[in-house]
Design a protein. Structure first.
Length: 372
């Protein structure tokens, strides 16, 4: 009993059941399974399976660009996440590699697309929110991938983000700005879509399609398709980084609460700070620092800098030859950019496919905010 120094009282022995005298013992309506001829055993309630506590990560491709990004992740072997695509264009939807598809506004657009009109994409999505939430309602973290400036991605993505916010689901948007040659109308539409999206998501990463042209300038080996693959890799990096940190067994794992803290540090009141996702791999001398340097320099993200980040996730991976000194040097290199008051959380895992190389992936949030 209480204060008995560990010796069980007569009352406490009632918690043990002799097999020969077992009566029905139920936990939440289920009979206990008592075994062991004549011995004493503790009657315990049934525990939920461990799988129920694994955070569920979903990736939603909205519109044509978002659908392409999801296909890229699937062909790249991304595991441990659920995929969903939604579009007003039935032909584009048919090209998806995931069976989880939602046709938006079938009655409104007849499967022919939103005609570059965000208001059509918005209305089509409002009509199918219940169906979308039937796929996403059990998620803990949702990535939204879309292109801004058109009809479906621009109009639908903020609507989905709002619904996720109302459900209390953490959300990260990874979206792209249009090329300059697409004109002012699409640029204005993209700006409005980003402003609406910013109101609802926890973190937003914006890539700039125009940077693809700048990267291709003087580079005859960067083909059109390959350029868009680089853009899709930003989403792939972010999802893989977070999935590896909280789902994949590693040398050092993080809990979902750590990830949530960093992702939600992008917002300060009504103001949304910028965010950055990057990954780098390197081999040879100083490979860990070299990989970290590559991870912090993503030209597609424009002038975003790690300086004064409010929160940062760092994932360091390597083969069995990865040393503690390399883990420290990579982490310290990244940490050297951020404020001493920033939330810095990190993890590490071993991947024999990386033997001889080190991969560093980062997700930084709250860039441009000020400490209060």
């Amino acid at each position: 009993g209480e204060g008995s120094g560990g010796l069980a009282s007569d009352d406490e022995y009632e918690e043990y059941i002799e097999y020969d005298e077992v009566e029905e013992y139920a936990s939440e309506g289920e009979e206990a399974d008592a075994t062991g001829g004549g011995s004493y055993m503790a009657a315990r309630p049934a525990f939920p399976s461990i799988a129920e506590f694994i955070p569920k990560i979903s990736v939603v491709g909205v519109g044509g660009a978002g659908g392409n990004a999801v296909n890229h992740m699937i062909t790249g072997g991304m595991a441990g996440v659920d995929f969903l695509v939604c579009n007003t264009d039935s032909q584009a939807l048919a090209q998806s590699l995931t069976p989880n598809r939602v046709q938006l506004g079938q009655e409104l657009t007849r499967g022919l697309g939103a005609g570059s009109k965000p208001e059509v994409g918005r209305a089509a999505t409002e009509a199918h929110l219940e169906e979308l939430l039937s796929h996403l309602g059990s998620s803990h973290l949702v990535f939204l991938a879309a292109g801004m400036g058109g009809g479906t991605g621009t109009g639908a993505t903020p609507v989905i983000a709002r619904a996720l916010k109302e459900e209390g689901i953490l959300s990260v948007a990874v979206v792209s700005n249009p090329f300059k040659f697409e004109g002012r109308v699409r640029a204005r539409s993209a700006a409005q879509g980003l402003a609406e999206l910013e109101e609802h998501v926890d973190t937003m990463i914006v890539t700039h399609n125009q940077r693809l042209i700048e990267m291709a300038s003087g580079n005859d080996t960067l083909h059109f398709v390959d350029a868009f693959v680089l853009s899709d890799e930003v989403l792939h990096t972010g999802v893989r980084t977070i999935s590896d940190l909280i789902v994949r067994p590693g040398l050092i794992n993080l809990d979902f609460g750590d990830v949530q803290t960093v992702l939600r540090s992008s917002r300060q009141g009504d103001f949304m700070g910028k965010a950055l996702m990057g990954t780098g791999e390197a081999s040879g001398t100083d490979r860990a620092v070299a990989a970290a340097k590559i991870a912090t320099e993503n030209p597609l993200l424009g002038d975003v800098s790690l300086e004064n980040a409010m929160g940062i996730l760092i994932n360091i991976a390597g083969g069995s030859d990865l040393t503690m000194q390399e883990v420290e040097s990579a982490a310290m290199f990244v940490q050297g950019f951020v404020d001493e008051d920033a939330d810095v959380v990190w993890g590490a895992h071993q991947d024999e496919a990386l033997t001889g190389r080190v991969r560093v992936s980062i997700v930084a949030t709250g860039l441009g905010l000020t400490y209060e």
